[in-house]
Design a protein around this ligand. Structure first.
Ligand code: SIN
Length: 490
């Protein structure tokens, strides 16, 4: 692979604004620079840079700074906070190319997709800047004379935000923007695989005029920072995106201090194609849902259920599309799928494919020889519930096809999992569209579409996929408490 597409040397030399790349933590307006840990570029497996491994004391300092800063931040009007957020939004657009380059360098996704994530991430800032001005309370009719009751909305307090590596920009803005709009202050712990996108957002936040201490960013290993955040009585809310296992652990750790929690956790999305589906639309939807970010999203189709009448045509068309996908470093303009995040991801993907093949699945795509760090996008037919990929999230570019006969059978397979994040189905029968969509036990339904992520729409799951909703009007409610204010003697 040529140097041009693999980032040797210092990434700063590729940025229009090298100051956006910080190897530091941000605590109370001070950039704390230390090279305790390396961050690896997944396209080269070489260090991209370093970062501090923040201590529990530093986490405590960030919490204290956020508590102090909240006094003034909360006192601003909603319109003032909205104006600052809109400046931050505009800076994200102005620096979209650099932000995308940093994102690709640390996460691996193709540059065009990274740019798409920057715009997606920025859209949450704009949306919640607009929503800030609609944090309305209510006047409640009093049951007794001479009294009025107001329901007032107040910011919940200092928030801890723990974000994943698969969307290093957008998962931060989706949580931080509603929190800031509501009047909360933030301590952010980005994934130790992808800290630089978060830090670049921190630089732009300072430039936008977000005061010191309002937004703090702690880099490093998750355990000690996580436990400082979860055990602190000052932190009143925790929002986490990641695995169900870690989400449950965080909930346990937050229980003694009874924090408000938003948990956006694992999925096992079914993608169902009925005989009456528009074949082209279904294949297009499967490509979008399955192969976005190389299959490393929590809403990715994990199980593709195809009715027997359309099965062979769907498999042939999907396999053609998958065979045509170019796999390569994110800077290669032809790349549709970049490297996976790390060796553990590759090991899980490989284990799922090998297990399925050993249990009778058949490969419908041509195998390819790829360098270390890359996963072969594959369509497998003959998938069954006994295979690991039926019950575990693969988080990679593996499309297992399960054949089914009846709608009832499809529903039972779709709902037969502890998870309930996203589900997709393709049909042209409108009665079935409502009947089936309403029967799915998930938080997000894509009917005749493979895309379910927009700032305007509520995002979140049921069952083991989490608690709460992000985006939409609901997103800001997660950062608000309601105070009932009773006025007597009137
Ligand atoms: C995720 O995978 O955690 C989020 C995906 C999205 O926002 O679409």
């Amino acid at each position: 692979m040529t140097e041009h597409i693999t980032f040797p040397g210092d990434i700063r030399t590729r940025l229009q604004d090298p100051d956006l790349f910080r190897e530091a933590a941000l605590i109370d307006g001070t950039w704390v620079t230390r090279a305790d840990m390396a961050v690896i570029n997944p396209a080269t497996n070489a260090p991209l840079g370093h970062m501090p491994d923040c201590t529990a004391d530093e986490a405590q300092a960030a919490i204290t700074a956020a508590a102090v800063a909240m006094v003034e931040w909360k006192a601003l009007t909603h319109a003032q906070r909205a104006d600052i957020l809109l400046v931050w939004y505009q800076l994200m657009l102005d620096h979209a190319d650099d932000l995308a380059l940093i994102l690709t360098a640390e996460q691996g996704k193709p540059l065009a997709e990274a740019r798409g994530e920057i715009l997606y991430g920025a859209s949450f800032v704009r949306w919640f800047a607009e929503e800030a001005r609609r944090v309305n309370g209510a006047i409640i009719p009093s049951p007794v004379p001479g009294k009025k009751i107001f329901a007032m909305k107040e910011p919940v307090g200092v928030c801890a935000i723990i974000t994943p590596w698969n969307f290093p920009n957008a998962m931060i803005t989706r949580k931080v923007a509603p929190g800031l709009a509501a009047g909360c202050t933030m301590v952010i712990k980005p994934s130790d695989f992808t800290p630089y996108s978060a830090l670049a957002l921190g630089v732009l936040a300072e430039r936008a005029g977000i005061p010191k201490g309002v937004l703090n960013i702690l880099t490093g290993r998750p355990e000690k920072i996580g436990s400082a955040l979860t055990s602190s009585p000052v932190v009143r809310k925790l929002s986490f995106t990641g695995s169900t296992r870690v989400g449950a652990l965080l909930a346990e750790q937050c229980a003694p201090t009874l924090k408000k929690m938003s948990l956006e956790l694992g999925g096992n999305a079914p993608f169902i194609v009925f005989d009456d589906a528009d074949l082209d639309a279904a294949v297009e939807g499967a490509m979008a849902s399955k192969f976005r970010n190389g299959g490393q999203t929590c809403v990715c189709a994990n199980r593709i259920l195809v009715q027997s009448g359309i099965h062979d045509a769907f498999v042939a068309a999907l396999a053609d599309r998958v065979n045509a996908l170019h796999v390569g470093p994110g800077l290669d303009p032809n790349a549709a799928i970049g490297p996976m995040i790390n060796a553990a991801a590759i090991a899980k993907i490989t284990a799922h494919v090998e297990d399925a093949l050993a249990k009778g699945a058949v490969r419908a795509t041509a195998p390819r020889d790829l360098p270390d760090g890359y996963a072969d996008p594959v369509v497998l037919t003959g998938a069954t519930p006994q295979m690991r990929l039926a019950s575990e999230e693969t988080f990679g570019p593996v499309a297992p096809i399960f054949k089914f006969e009846t709608e009832a059978q499809a529903l039972s397979i779709a709902n037969g999992t502890p998870f309930g994040l996203a589900a997709y189905f393709f049909t042209t029968d409108m009665a079935r569209a409502f009947r089936f969509g309403e029967a799915l036990e998930v938080g997000l339904v894509g009917l005749n579409t493979g895309a379910v992520s927009h700032a305007e729409a509520p995002f979140g799951g049921v069952k083991s996929s989490g608690l709460g909703r992000e985006g939409a009007q609901e997103g800001i409610e997660e950062y608000l408490e309601t105070k009932a204010f009773h006025f007597g003697g009137l």
